[in-house]
Design a protein around this ligand. Structure first.
Ligand code: 13P
Length: 240
């Protein structure tokens, strides 16, 4: 399965849902594309996004609770609630949450497990920092993240991994095709005989999408900044 997912992060508004989600839906109706396209807006826009998205466009959340709930967990949204809202995917373990909120592999695995149990496909994010890459530890760090963050009981169709080098996120820097291929192969080796789709993320734009998406072992992309502009995101979806 090839997947191009847009992570809106803390961006967007009801007007953006109309522009982006309805616009994408319209384009997907008119064209055949070789991938699944998904948008992951902030939580308060999920229901509107689901309502605006046609059958060809999936919706995902940017996080979910590690608690099954329902219960006294202020500020949390359970995977079950997200599924009930119409989400198909849940991003978990994004580096911005690992770094800003101290999310550990153990917590990420718990969230991914809740997502899986609720019938969502978790998009588990992994990736090394620049310091770790410069120290030659990138493959070891990412392999450990994969080993410790993946939920029990996943299958090829119920899990997606996103390799996002932290230093490439929002910086305009991208890993080289050779580095991406090497890391995706290392991630594949950790998974063993089962294979989940592995996305690349980090400064993917229409101009570099074809090369990145054509790299060995790359099954799609997780897009930040470029997912906020209809033409840019569409350019990446069609490159896939
Ligand atoms: P950018 O595409 O803005 O670099 O963000 C990537 C990302 O973090 C997607 O989750």
């Amino acid at each position: 399965m090839r997947l191009v997912a847009g992570n809106w992060k803390m961006n967007g508004s009801p007007a953006a849902v109309t522009d982006l989600v309805a616009g994408l839906t319209q384009r997907l109706r008119a064209a055949e594309v070789g991938c699944t396209a998904a948008v992951c807006p902030p939580a308060h826009l999920l229901a509107a996004a689901v309502a605006a998205a046609g059958a060809g466009l999936a919706v995902g959340s940017q996080d979910c609770s590690d608690e099954a709930g329902p219960g006294a967990f202020t500020g949390e949204i359970s995977a079950f609630m997200l599924a009930e809202t119409g989400c198909r995917y849940a991003i978990v373990g994004h580096s911005e949450r690992r770094q800003r909120h101290g999310e550990s592999n153990t917590l990420v695995r718990a969230k991914a497990s809740r997502a899986l149990a609720a019938g969502l496909v978790p998009i588990v994010c992994v990736g090394e920092t620049l310091k770790q890459r410069e120290a030659g530890d990138a493959a070891a760090v990412v392999s450990e993240q994969v080993q410790e963050s993946l939920p029990e009981g996943w299958s090829t169709d119920t899990l997606v991994i996103a390799y996002e080098p932290v230093w490439a996120i929002g910086t305009g820097l991208t890993a080289t095709a050779a580095d991406i291929a090497e890391m995706h192969s290392a991630i594949g080796a950790v998974m063993g005989s089962r294979r989940a789709a592995i996305l690349y993320g980090g400064s993917v734009k229409p101009g570099n999408a074809a090369e990145i998406l054509g790299t060995e072992g790359v099954n799609g992309a997780l897009i930040g900044g470029a997912s906020l502009k209809l033409d840019d995101f569409w350019g990446i979806v069609t490159a896939a």
